[in-house]
Structure formats: structure tokens, C-alpha cells
Design a protein around this ligand. Structure first.
Ligand code: PEP
Ligand code: MN
Length: 333
């Protein structure tokens, strides 16, 4: 249940009600909001004079629920650059799977800046499937991202893989990425929440939409309203592509949640040949953003070599994305 208290409600009073209801206490737009389990359907009568509005839900999709907040949350990703809200922005985010070297990152930053892009991605702690492959540059990678941010004025999105470096990543990055394999890691979710930075949460490839959004609720209920959902492909019976991009799921998320939705076509198909078409499909669906892997020489990439676009493939894709976003009343930024 979500309960919004009257504007005049004092901190102490709100805290004592939260304790009584065993609820999370949040402040949203200057007003106290209490959240406890959706199993709770009714408020005690003695609180009614303090309550401005309350919502009872069928499941623990509560703060993310469109019934709680009808408009998509507006989140500032870079100075003056918003995702969600009334913007109809489709935010273009690109860069390598892994940060590998200064030269590699610089080439990506040049390409993204030349397009007018504002956000660069790149993993420094990689959640690899094999221990014998490149695991990421770690802190050195974060420092390279910081340097490139400084030089190019780009905002950085990079992922927390596990608790050993969660605070470090949260400190360096502008947008915290939580990967598909870490979607259920409550330690990471809490640290991401505490960072107060925008959090891009990827859907676990074996997770239902309900499980996915409930993980987003961990961040929201711990006081960080800036959560973005990312569909990056789910596992189906199909083996010809790496995963299956769940655009049906994207539609469900857009209809029933108030969180901005981003599509990552790269991890979904796993092969560069299909990435532009899937990115365009996401744009046609009116998603709030796209996360696309790109690399100066994908054949030499230390991770996800098969799926990264060459930098020269970005400008023609960007032009098409501009046309498609415009056709659906959105703007590519
Ligand atoms: C990534 O973005 O490089 C990544 C590891 O993605 P995912 O968590 O979706 O596999
Ligand atoms: Mn990758």
C-alpha cells in the first residue's frame, strides 16, 4: 500500500506512522509517502486525518505503478538532458562493451560527440560467463571514463558487477548500470539507491516482468526515484540469436509502470547485423532510450565482439533513428 500524507505533516509524526505501519518512509515532491506490502489494503481509521491519498495494489509493483503516478518519471541524466516525463526523448547511449584502452574510449567518444550524443557507455567490471576471459580494467577503466567525461563533456554509464566495487562505481559514474546477472543482487540495488544517481536496471534474462519491476521497487523504496528499466533480451527456446528482444514486455512496462524504458538491442540479438533494425524497432515503439554497443574495431573487442557496431555504422543508424523517432512524435537526443 502507498500512502501520501498531507503536506503539513511533520517529520516526527511521519516517522512514527511509518514505524507503526512498518512502512518505508519517503519524501516525494516535498510530501511524505509511506509504502508497505501490497498485502496491506486498508489504513487504520485513526490515521485518516493525516492522509491525502492512498493506493492499494494487487502486487508489490507499487511506486513504479502507473496507478500511483500516471506520468512517466522524469530523470535528469546529464545537465539539462532528461529521460521520461513529458519530453518524448529517445536518449541515445553508446560505447564499447568493455573499456579497454584510452585510445579505444577516445575514438568512441569522438564518434558519439560528432553525432550530438551526450552519453557514453563502457563496462569496467564485466560479468563474464567464463573466468578465463577479459574481466574488465576495473578502477583504471573508471579513471579513463572520468578523463573522457572531462574532455568531451559526455555523461558516463557503467555497471556495478558485485559488492566489492559497488561504492567505487557509484562514485565515478553518472548513471549506475545494474546488469542482467546482477538484477537480483539486493546489496547492489541498495548501494545504487543510496547513490542517489540515476539507475539503469537491466532485466534478468530469466526474469518475468513482475520480478523485474519488483527489483526496481527495491531502489525506489530505498529512496531513489530515478530508476530506468532496460529490456536487453530474454532467454527463450531459440538458439540462433543470443537472446530474444521482448518488445511485448517493453509495451507492458510502458503501459503499467511509470519508469522510463530503454532497449538494448546489442545484448538481445548478440550479433551486429541485427542491431540497427532492432534499435529502429525500439525507436518505433517510442522507447525512452537506446543502449547500443559500439567499438572502433569490433573484431578485436575483448568482450561481446560479435555484437558491437563499428563506429562508422553509427552515423547512418543515427540518421534513421532521427527519422523514426520523429515519425512517432519523439526526439532523438
Ligand atoms: C553490458 O551492458 O555490457 C552487459 C554486460 O549487459 P547485460 O547485463 O545486459 O548482459
Ligand atoms: Mn556487452
Amino acid at each position: 500500500m502507498v500512502v501520501k500524507l498531507h503536506e503539513g505533516c511533520q517529520a516526527q509524526e511521519a516517522q512514527s506512522i511509518a514505524e507503526e505501519l512498518q512502512a518505508f518512509l519517503l519524501k516525494e515532491n516535498g510530501q511524505y509517502v509511506l509504502v508497505n506490502t501490497s498485502g496491506h489494503k486498508q489504513l487504520p481509521n485513526q490515521l485518516s486525518h493525516l492522509v491525502e491519498a492512498s493506493w492499494a495494489f494487487d502486487s508489490d509493483i507499487q511506486l513504479a505503478n502507473r496507478e500511483y503516478q500516471a506520468t512517466t518519471r522524469s530523470i535528469e541524466l546529464a545537465p539539462g538532458l532528461f529521460i521520461g516525463g513529458e519530453t518524448r526523448n529517445t536518449v541515445f547511449m553508446s560505447g564499447p562493451c568493455s573499456v579497454e584502452s584510452e585510445g579505444q574510449l577516445r575514438a568512441c567518444a569522438e564518434a558519439i560527440s560528432a553525432l550530438g550524443g551526450k552519453i557514453i557507455r563502457g563496462g569496467c567490471y564485466k560479468p563474464r560467463t567464463s573466468p578465463y576471459t577479459f574481466q574488465g580494467l576495473g578502477l583504471q577503466g573508471l579513471q579513463l571514463l572520468a578523463k573522457i567525461r572531462e574532455e568531451y563533456g559526455l555523461s558516463v554509464i557503467t555497471e556495478i558487477r558485485d559488492a566489492t566495487h559497488a561504492h567505487e562505481v557509484a562514485e565515478y559514474t553518472d548513471i549506475v548500470q545494474i546488469g542482467a546477472k546482477a538484477m537480483y543482487d539486493h546489496g547492489i540495488l541498495r548501494i545504487a539507491a543510496e547513490s542517489g544517481k540515476p539507475v539503469l536496471l537491466k532485466r534478468g534474462f530469466g526474469s518475468t516482468l513482475k520480478e523485474f519491476v519488483q527489483m526496481a521497487e527495491f531502489v525506489l523504496s530505498h529512496g531513489n526515484p530515478k530508476v530506468i528499466l532496460c529490456e536487453r533480451g530474454i532467454r527463450t527456446f531459440e538458439t540462433k540469436t543470443r537472446f530474444t528482444l521482448d518488445l511485448c514486455g517493453v509495451e507492458w512496462l510502458k503501459k503499467y509502470t511509470n519508469l522510463p524504458v530503454v532497449v538494448d538491442p546489442s545484448h538481445a540479438i548478440g550479433y551486429a547485423y541485427g542491431v540497427p533494425s532492432l534499435a529502429l524497432a525500439g525507436a518505433a515503439a517510442g522507447v525512452d532510450g537506446l543502449l547500443i554497443e559500439s567499438h572502433p574495431d569490433p573484431s578485436k573487442a575483448l568482450s561481446d565482439a560479435a555484437q558491437q557496431l563499428k563506429l562508422e555504422e553509427l552515423p547512418p543508424l543515427y540518421e534513421k533513428l532521427k527519422a523514426v523517432t520523429q515519425a512517432v512524435g519523439a526526439h532523438l537526443v
